[in-house]
Design a protein around this ligand. Structure first.
Ligand SMILES: NC(=O)c1ccc[n+]([C@@H]2O[C@H](COP(=O)([O-])OP(=O)(O)OC[C@H]3O[C@@H](n4cnc5c(N)ncnc54)[C@H](OP(=O)(O)O)[C@@H]3O)[C@@H](O)[C@H]2O)c1
Length: 233
């Protein structure tokens, strides 16, 4: 029970994979998860081959059956979870408008970016409660800030604004349990979503996520951060 265990959703590539990499380099057992089994296993095998403590689990954040199966496996293999990073995300719908929505994109963005994070947090909560210092990190975006955004990326921005509200709700409801829940914007990062023009590499983007994953017991909860500093909701 002494080994710290961290699960990151959507982590076979991009910020998720780099978050696992940084966490396992500081002593965590990292659970790479994906809805694409072969890509996920390949990513886990690559880290394992470097001698790092990594395992792989199928996890589609929209599927309650998938979440429940992941729960059973972690309960059997580890008995607890210390870190949950809700990283899986989709549809930075640049060019769309709220007046002419693409409902397929809106529905998927809400199902994955918002409801998926909620379902995974609730589904894995009994394991997080077994940790003596658990952290949930919701990977959000400045594009979901009510203060900073005017127009653009309507599906994505609405889903991340909802994720921010979920962060506040979970943090309040879990305060007594000591589980910290924070939202983190990684900045604009060169990934499949961020594109090649983005200003940051994955190491820079993931470091703020890892900061929120490794907070001390008396660390903040219910906040919105970039690079460990509070940003505007
Ligand atoms: N890159 C940026 O500039 C930036 C800025 C702010 C916030 N973010 C946030 O950072 C997070 C990571 O994004 P990224 O930049 O690393 O993009 P990415 O490379 O596109 O990674 C997104 C990951 O989410 C996975 N995913 C999507 N739907 C899923 C589902 N239903 N179940 C499980 N996994 C699913 C994807 O897998 P599939 O191949 O299966 O779709 C992929 O592994 C996202 O939440 C994103 O919104 C990124």
């Amino acid at each position: 029970m002494d080994e710290k265990v961290a699960l990151v959703t959507g982590s076979y590539r991009g910020l998720g994979l780099e978050t696992v990499r940084q966490l396992v380099h500081t002593g965590y057992h990292g659970i790479i998860t994906a809805r694409r089994t072969s890509a996920g296993k390949e990513a886990a095998a690559a880290l394992s081959s470097e001698g790092l403590p990594v395992s792989y689990l199928d996890l589609d954040v929209t599927s309650e059956d998938s979440i429940s199966a992941a729960y059973q496996t972690i309960a059997r293999d580890h008995g607890k979870l210390d870190v949950l990073v809700n990283n899986a995300g989709i549809h930075y719908d640049l060019g769309n408008t709220s007046t002419e929505p693409d409902w397929k994109i809106v529905n998927e963005a809400m199902a994955i970016n918002f409801l998926g994070a909620w379902k995974v947090a609730v589904g894995l909560l009994p394991l997080l409660k077994k940790s003596d210092n658990a952290c949930i990190v919701n990977v959000s975006s400045g594009a979901g800030s009510l203060n900073d955004v005017t127009a653009g990326t309507p599906a994505y921005s609405c889903s991340k604004a909802a994720l921010n509200m979920l962060t506040i709700q979970l943090a309040a409801d879990l305060e007594a349990s000591g589980i910290k829940v924070n939202a983190v914007c990684p900045g604009w990062v060169r990934t499949e979503m961020g594109g090649p023009q983005a200003l940051r590499n994955v190491q820079q983007g993931a470091s703020g996520i890892v900061w929120a994953a490794k907070l001390a017991a008396d660390g903040p909860s219910g906040g919105f951060f970039r690079d460990g500093k509070t940003i505007s909701w």
